[in-house]
Structure formats: structure tokens, C-alpha cells
Design a protein. Structure first.
Length: 135
């Protein structure tokens, strides 16, 4: 499970409910159609309904010829062992301007995202942190 390094008392479905509430309350008017969000594959589904794009489709994607490459690239962004240079290349390739992380994952990745990938925290709640590209 990319992006999920430790377990807590919440199940994956409970995290999805929390994420949907976070998106609805905090971010429903935040994103535009030009925004591209990097999000762990376990939590990717709701984002397109909020008017933004994600790197790949979890549904059968016959219309996206490079979907498997996109999925692999997305997973590399959340892999703590993936080289920073590769992550920068992926961010530039797809125009990623947001990351969303579980707070427990942020403990592992936040320093890299803020220091080396040039993102900053813009919103957070009990479970999630949203980062945006510094301008």
C-alpha cells in the first residue's frame, strides 16, 4: 500500500469517509480544472469530482494510453526510497501543484516535500495535510 506506512485505529474505508468530509468542508471550492493532485492510490477516487485532475485513473482506462506509467509515476512520488530527482521530474512532467497526505505519512515525507520539492502546507485536519507548490 503506497502512502500507508503504519496502521491506526481507522480502517481504509473510515479514512475515505474522513477524506471526503475534509474535501467537502475545506476544499470543495479550492481546486480548479487546471490543478493536478498527487494522492496515494488508496484515496484517489473522490478528487476528480472536486474539479481537479489526478495523475492516473483507478477505473479501467481504455482512453488513457499511458495509465500504467502514470500510476507508477504517482506511486514513486509517495515512495520514500524514490530519488528526489525522479520526483521532481514527475512533478514537472504532469504539472503537479498539490499533494495530499495522511498525517502519519507526512511524518515520513513532509520534509522532502517542503524542503526539496518546494511545497508548503495550506490546509490540514486531524488526518490529512494538503500541500501546494510554493509560488
Amino acid at each position: 500500500q503506497i502512502g500507508v506506512f503504519t496502521r491506526s485505529w481507522l480502517t481504509r474505508d473510515e479514512y475515505k469517509i474522513e477524506l471526503n468530509q475534509f474535501l467537502t468542508k475545506e476544499l470543495s471550492t479550492h481546486f480548479t480544472s487546471k490543478d493536478v493532485i498527487a494522492v496515494s492510490q488508496n484515496y484517489i477516487n473522490p478528487f476528480p469530482s472536486f474539479g481537479c485532475s489526478v495523475l492516473y485513473s483507478v477505473a479501467p482506462s481504455y482512453w488513457i494510453s499511458d495509465n500504467e506509467t502514470r500510476k507508477s509515476d504517482n506511486n514513486s512520488l509517495f515512495d520514500p526510497n524514490s530519488p528526489v530527482e525522479k520526483k521532481i521530474e514527475i512533478i514537472e512532467k504532469y504539472g503537479v501543484n498539490y499533494f495530499i497526505l495522511l498525517k502519519k505519512d507526512a511524518a515520513v515525507l513532509e520534509n522532502e516535500i517542503t524542503q526539496k520539492l518546494n511545497f508548503k502546507v495550506v490546509k490540514s485536519n486531524k488526518y490529512f495535510k494538503l500541500f501546494t507548490l510554493k509560488t
